[in-house]
Structures are given as C-alpha cells and as structure tokens.
Design a protein around this ligand. Structure first.
Ligand code: KIV
Ligand code: NA
Length: 265
C-alpha cells in the first residue's frame, strides 16, 4: 500500500476528491481506521477529553501526545498521520515551538503537526516549516483558547471575526501550511476559504463546501454519548454495543456460564 502524502492531499483537492480524516489515539483503533482506508489520521489533543477525561484540551502534555502518536504510527500502513501540538508547547516562542515539533517527529514518527491559530503564531509556524516538518493550520473554534472565548459555540459569525479568519487562512497558506482545519464556522465562510485557498481545507462543523471532513472517532462511533453537537453524524452506536456486551459478560460470570469446558485448558 502506498502512503498518503501532502502532495496527494493537494492533488485530491485539485481533482475534487474529498479528504476523509478522523482522530485516533491508540494502536487498535488506528489499525481499524487505517485498514478501512481513511486518508488522514489526526492524533488530536482531544485525547485530553476522550482518553483522559479532562474537561478541556489544555492539560494534555507533549509527552502524552507523543505516547498517543507513537501508538497510532505503529498501526498505520497508509494514512497520513498529523499530530496536534498541545497547549503550551508552541505559544511561548518559535524555538520552543520548533523543539516541540522536532520531539513529536523524532519520538512518535508522525508525518506532520497541527497548531491552533493564525498571525499570532506565524513565527512558530515558519520556524517549524523551515525544518521540513509539514504543518496543518487550525482556525475558527480553537479549543486551546476556550478561556478566551468562554464557550464552544460557532465562531466567526461577526464580520470582524470572519475578516480575521479570511486573512489568517491566507497567511497560513502563504507561510507554507499544507492544509487547514476550520472548526465550527458558518458554511458560507468555510466555502469562501476553500474556494480562495489552493491548499486543502478540512472542516468540522464547517458545512459541505470544503475539501474534506474530520470528526472525533469516538463521537462518530457513538462511544462518547453525551456530546451531540449539530455537526456530528453518528455512524454507529458502539457505546450501546459495548454496554450490552459487558452486561452479558457480567451475567455469564455471575451465573458461571463463562468459561465453559471448551474455554478452559
Ligand atoms: O483535537 C481534535 O480532535 C481536533 C479536531 C476536532 C480537528 O483538533
Ligand atoms: Na485539536
């Protein structure tokens, strides 16, 4: 199988083939997703919520992200693996950002990194790109700045915020980012960005008129049951399947139905 490259993702945009991206944080899940043919796997800092049970993405550390990413990379035969740079690992200054990105690339084997923000982090992005590390941008709802905004509601509905997002998206392309994630913004704005930029624009809650879609895999599989934003489509109710399986297991253990003689040595 051939590995997906940034070059191929660009070609997909050019020929109008949508890019399918999902999060992954561990080996078993990544094996399944890669085997199903996913184009891009994102080792998202949403691991902070989904894997560790934190309320925000802020607490997850660089070491923890590297642990998740290396587990995903060991599973992958085809997908392009993007690793989120966690809060605090790149905002300080550009040499810290480069050091963090190099650690991710060396210690996890990931294929690229993702950073939240536009003009504010331009020097960090430039420095990382200079080292030959592919960078994916992330604009719109940026969960690492949750305490600046206070809510996880839709972003860039106001003209001034929309204008800044348009400028930032242009800047990220000019700096050399290979792709851009737009999270939870109006469809019309996302469409405008995707039409203006030549690099692929991947949406989550950004409507249909972008170059690809990303979801948190535990959300789309119905494992995380409480999280039900409008943009989420549930493709399975794996949480219910697991709940039922575990209850049947408990029952079988209690009743001594399990293990049977064939299941023993
Ligand atoms: O961490 C994450 O899961 C993300 C996606 C929602 C884009 O950044
Ligand atoms: Na993220």
């Amino acid at each position: 199988v051939k590995l997906v490259t940034t070059h191929q993702l660009l070609a997909m945009k050019q020929r109008g083939e949508k890019i399918a991206m999902l999060t992954a944080y561990d080996f078993s899940m990544a094996t399944l997703l890669d085997g199903a043919g996913i184009d891009v796997l994102l080792v998202g800092d949403s691991a902070s919520n989904v894997m560790a049970g934190h309320e925000t993405t802020l607490p997850i550390t660089l070491d923890q992200m590297i642990y998740h990413a290396s587990s995903v990379v060991r599973a992958v035969k085809r997908a392009f693996v993007v690793v989120d740079m966690p809060f605090g690992s790149y905002q300080g200054n550009s040499s810290e950002a480069l050091r963090s990105a190099i650690r991710i690339m060396k210690e996890s084997g990931g294929h690229g990194v993702k950073l939240e923000g536009g003009a504010e982090i331009r020097e960090s992005i430039t420095r990382i790109l200079t080292a030959g590390i592919p960078v994916m941008g992330h604009l719109g709802l940026t969960p690492q700045s949750i305490y600046k905004f206070g809510t996880y509601t839709v972003r860039a509905k106001e003209e001034s915020e929309a204008q800044k997002l348009l400028e930032d998206s242009q800047l990220l392309q000019e700096l050399g980012c290979f792709a851009l994630v737009l999270e939870k913004i109006p469809s019309a704005l996302a469409k405008q960005v995707a039409e203006t930029l030549t690099i692929p624009v991947i949406g989550i809650g950004a409507g249909p008129d972008v170059d690809g879609q990303v979801l948190v895999v535990h959300d789309m599989l119905g494992i995380t049951k409480e999280f039900k934003p409008r943009f989420l489509r549930r493709y399975a109710e794996i949480g219910d399947v697991m709940h039922d399986a575990v209850q049947r297991y408990i029952q079988d253990v209690k009743t001594q139905d399990f293990p049977s003689s064939e299941e023993a040595y």
